[in-house]
Design a protein around this ligand. Structure first.
Ligand SMILES: [Fe+2]
Ligand SMILES: [Fe+2]
Length: 165
């Protein structure tokens, strides 16, 4: 698989997407994930930012836009579509695909910040996925708060589900 034909991405974005897909494949291998499930993770990786550089896309809109376009082009896997739709926010209804994509999007090695910490978290994912998921969500949500952006209900519910409330 590769980027969908309808993708609108800069070369930098494409490189990010490729690193996300590579990380998802690495984790699938390390966790001995069956091929069918691994293919779902990889598909979500290719789709998640496919419209990030389209004219109407912004931080909030690009996930839902990509999920809707993928569905129109025949994608019917609910877990894949929800992974793509909510990848910036978190979502309590996610299956494995959504959780793994949320982790890979943040932990892929090309991002410039906190390289060592993120690399060590990425290495822990195969044996401590849920522990790392909590840490990554805490860091992503702290960033939203630091920047004085509002937290959407999906994100609040996602966080509460991770801490067991
Ligand atoms: Fe994104
Ligand atoms: Fe991304």
């Amino acid at each position: 698989m590769s980027l969908p034909s309808w993708a609108v991405v800069t070369p930098e974005r494409r490189a990010h997407i490729e690193r996300v897909v590579t990380l998802l494949s690495t984790w699938a291998e390390a966790r001995r994930t069956p091929d069918g499930e691994r293919a779902r993770w990889v598909k979500a990786g290719w789709l998640h930012d496919a419209l990030r550089d389209a004219p109407a896309a912004d931080e909030l809109a690009h996930g839902p836009m990509a999920a809707e376009r993928a569905a129109r082009h025949g994608e019917s896997d609910r877990g894949v579509l929800d992974a793509v739709r909510y990848h910036s926010l978190g979502y309590t209804g996610w299956d494995e695909v959504g959780k793994m994509l949320y982790l890979a999007d943040y932990l892929e090695p090309g991002r410039a910040f906190d390289r060592e910490l993120r690399a060590s978290l990425a290495a822990r994912v195969p044996h401590d996925r849920d522990g790392v998921l909590q840490q990554v969500a805490a860091r992503r949500i702290a960033r939203v708060i630091d920047d004085r952006w509002p937290l959407v209900p999906e994100t609040v519910d996602f966080w509460n589900s991770l801490v067991g409330s």
